[in-house]
Ligand binder design. Structure first.
Ligand SMILES: Cc1cc2nc3c(=O)[nH]c(=O)nc-3n(C[C@H](O)[C@H](O)[C@H](O)COP(=O)(O)OP(=O)(O)OC[C@H]3O[C@@H](n4cnc5c(N)ncnc54)[C@H](O)[C@@H]3O)c2cc1C
Length: 296
């Protein structure tokens, strides 16, 4: 059934403190709306449960990108356009910049925000594997103050997360220092643009000494669209860390990836296809990592 605009209330206090006070005073009553690219889809489909909306679009604290010596701190209200046009992000965190480029079309990138992508919590969300691979941390804010939590573990199940009803995501923090790493991202969908992924990967790694045949010193692999939440393949990483990439290791990694994921059949793909593609992407990443070294 179509939504009736008269049933809804939308306010824009324009100040972060006023928004969190509102959320604290009537817990669960007010739904924050940032770019609205997910909320308005629910509204148009007559599926928006909340009737009171509070705009957090353009709150200055949520729109800034701070480049600090140790980390880059991205306001949760930053759009994909902001992310892909930001030079330090494009240079140091290309997995996130690629995800921003792949998300929807230009209009969507001008409105959709990183914070909205996290809280919408789609298992197919493009930016979330990148946040897992870079071990992002979130700063959450409420009238009680701020708390900082690792993004890994923030999503606890399908559309479930460790965010209290009176909290907002204020910032996403990415620790710097990945210049020596190989960054690898791919989105497999029905077409190259404007598609929801069937499987996507964000991975990075570094070979000891940077030489071909060297052991894997550090490795982070995250997949989207293969489980109820975006998945970091920590067990696979544990198995292959410290080893050199050869055919046997690639075979082992494929098997470990298959064991870690829980893909499903849906309108976009099948569990079997997703499983095969996830294994292929992990294998391709490892082969690129092996070839990224210089001759000894
Ligand atoms: C045509 C179209 C194409 C799309 N393509 C893609 C795609 O390719 N890949 C992809 O990943 N997504 C895609 N999306 C989904 C969407 O654009 C993203 O999830 C976007 O990042 C949502 O951000 P938003 O600011 O618009 O969120 P909103 O719609 O404003 O909010 C979404 C949810 O997040 C909450 N929220 C927002 N910001 C905060 C915050 N700071 N703190 C706490 N809660 C918050 C809201 O309360 C709401 O529950 C697409 C959407 C459309 C309409």
């Amino acid at each position: 059934m179509r939504s009736n605009p008269a049933d809804y209330e939308l306010i824009a206090p324009g100040k972060l403190q006023a928004v969190v006070s509102l959320l604290a005073n009537e817990p669960g009553k007010w739904l924050p709306i940032a770019g609205g690219t997910d909320v308005m889809v629910q509204y148009a489909a007559g599926k928006l449960l909340a009737q009171k909306l509070v705009s957090i679009w353009n709150l200055p604290e949520l729109r800034a990108i701070e480049v600090l010596p140790e980390e880059i701190r991205i306001g949760a209200g930053c759009t994909y356009t902001q992310l892909r046009e930001h030079h330090p992000i494009a240079e140091e965190f290309p997995l996130l910049a690629s995800a921003a480029r792949w998300t929807g079309g230009i209009a969507n990138q001008n409105r959709g925000t990183l914070g909205g992508n996290i809280v919408n919590a789609s298992p197919a969300a493009d930016s979330l594997p990148a946040l897992l691979a870079y071990e992002a941390e979130l700063i959450l804010v409420s009238v009680r103050g701020e708390r900082r939590v690792p993004y890994l573990g923030f999503h606890t199940g399908y559309k479930k997360m460790q965010l209290a009803p009176d909290e907002l995501i204020r910032s996403i923090c990415l620790r710097r220092g990945f210049s020596e790493y190989l960054h690898y991202a791919r989105k497999v969908g029905a077409r190259n643009a404007q598609a929801i992924s069937k499987v996507c990967i964000a991975a990075l790694g570094r070979i000891r000494g940077g030489v071909i045949g060297g052991a894997i010193e550090d490795i982070r692999i995250a997949l989207g669209s293969v489980a109820p939440v975006p998945l970091r393949l920590t067990e696979l990483e544990r198995i292959i860390r410290g080893k050199s990439v050869d055919r046997e290791l690639v075979h082992l990694a494929r098997k470990a990836a298959g064991a870690a994921i829980q893909p499903i059949d849906d309108i976009r793909s099948t569990a079997r296809y997703r499983s095969a593609v996830a294994g292929n992407l992990v294998a391709e990443f490892l082969e690129k990592l092996r070839d990224s070294g210089k001759p000894a």
